[in-house]
Ligand binder design. Structure first.
Ligand code: PLP
Length: 389
């Protein structure tokens, strides 16, 4: 059977390849520890689970979701309250917010709603691989904007040639950044909004790690920038702050026309999020800030443990200022993929090769902090045994 041509433009999804590798080793009885994927192992908070159970028993919630593709108004109001409380931003729940089946779904529907065949979309290199895939599915063409360590992995707008900026339809950015752990300030977002206005580029700021910051770094939303909602939208998600990756719930907010376009795509694709999950989401947003603080304490300890271990192993590794990923330089003389392979072969620890996030990720590897303390300790022991002098 011949599949659609568009599929051939998508690179194999990074974690599918990794998952195959892990499974093959596990089948052979190897005790593999994966530090490759950002998927918190701690359970979702009990209050959120209780709210799901309570509302799932109400048969009125068994029907198509209320307000279908937009997300129920009560959920959108909860998002607005959360943005006001956590980021000091006012967003209108009736026209500037929609519910999403996770931020990843938003990436896809942003492209289907805003990108025409042949349109150029800028994506950071390194960057989250789903941006390129969604651009390709929409028929657009991705162009990379390298983000470099010497710029703290922030986009240097002055390095984007004016012709390239003028030709671009949209740009994807993500701070706190996967994979580098870099964070951005409000000044940076003000610069982004001004640049986007000057070159007429639509911004899609993907912000699912907005709550995962350390060392006094301020939580920032792109929506707080001057003129942000004239030029774009922000995606966010309950996945990472509330350990809800499996629940599939997030939100897009910002520019009304972009929100309406995404809503139109959703209206013709899915029928929204199960009401009971939205009620549970409201509970999380309104009442579970303490869970975020608890997880930040856990990640803070883990990142210190891992950074110390990697330094002992001779790697140039610093604790990230944001996200639950640690981005480290590989030792001289090896490529990212070779080093990730070596770590797997010697320690049965899976890490992600930086090159999987784009050519500028070459020379780096990414470690995730989302496994249990015990397994992380075991992984660190193995790394020290295999690599520390
Ligand atoms: C940058 C980025 N965006 C989006 C997602 C997907 O998040 P969600 O679970 O909300 O779809 C991830 C997940 O790892 C991510 O790293």
């Amino acid at each position: 059977m011949r599949t659609a041509d568009r599929l051939s433009r998508i690179e194999p999804y990074l974690f599918v390849t990794l998952r195959q590798k892990i499974n093959a080793a596990r089948d052979k009885g190897v005790d593999v520890i994966s530090l490759a994927i950002g998927d918190p192992v701690e359970p979702t908070g009990q209050a959120i689970i209780d709210e799901l159970c309570r509302t799932a028993r109400d048969s009125s919630n068994h029907r198509y979701p209320t307000d279908e593709e937009k997300g129920m108004l009560a959920f959108r109001h909860a998002v607005a309250r959360w943005y006001r409380r956590r980021y000091g931003v006012d967003v209108d729940p009736t026209g500037e917010i929609i519910g999403l089946i996770g931020s990843k779904e938003g990436v896809h529907h942003f492209c289907l709603g805003m990108v025409n065949a042949g349109d150029m979309v800028l994506v950071t290199d390194p960057g989250y691989p789903a941006y390129k895939a969604s651009v390709a599915i929409a028929g657009g063409v991705s162009e990379s904007v390298a983000i470099r360590e010497e710029d703290d992995f922030l986009v240097d707008f002055s390095s984007i040639p004016a012709e390239k900026a003028r030709a671009a339809r949209a740009i994807f950015l993500n701070y706190p950044n996967n994979p580098t752990g870099a964070v951005a300030s409000l000044d940076f977002f003000n610069e982004l909004a001004a640049w986007a206005r000057e070159y007429d580029v639509i911004v899609c700021h993907d912000n699912p790690y907005s709550e995962i910051v350390f060392d006094g770094v301020e939580r920032v939303s792109f929506m707080a920038a001057e003129g942000a909602r004239e030029v774009g939208v922000e995606l966010n998600s309950l996945s990472k702050p509330f350990n809800m990756t499996g629940w599939r719930i997030g939100m897009a907010l910002g520019n009304r026309e972009v929100i309406a376009a995404m809503s139109k795509v959703k209206e013709n694709t899915d029928s929204g999020i199960f009401n009971a999950i939205q009620y549970a989401g409201i509970r999380a947003l309104d009442e579970c800030d303490d869970q975020i603080d608890r997880m930040l304490d856990i990640y803070r300890t883990r990142r210190a443990t891992l950074a110390e271990t990697l330094t002992a192993c001779g790697l140039d590794a610093r604790a990230p200022r944001g996200t639950f990923y640690l981005w480290a330089r590989v030792p001289e003389g090896r490529s990212s993929a070779e080093f990730a392979e070596e770590v797997f072969d010697r320690a049965a620890v899976v890490i992600a090769a930086g090159s999987a996030y784009g050519p500028a990720g070459e020379g780096y590897v990414r470690f995730s902090l989302t496994i249990s303390d015990e397994r992380l300790a075991e992984a660190c022991d193995r790394l020290r045994d295999s690599f520390a002098g």
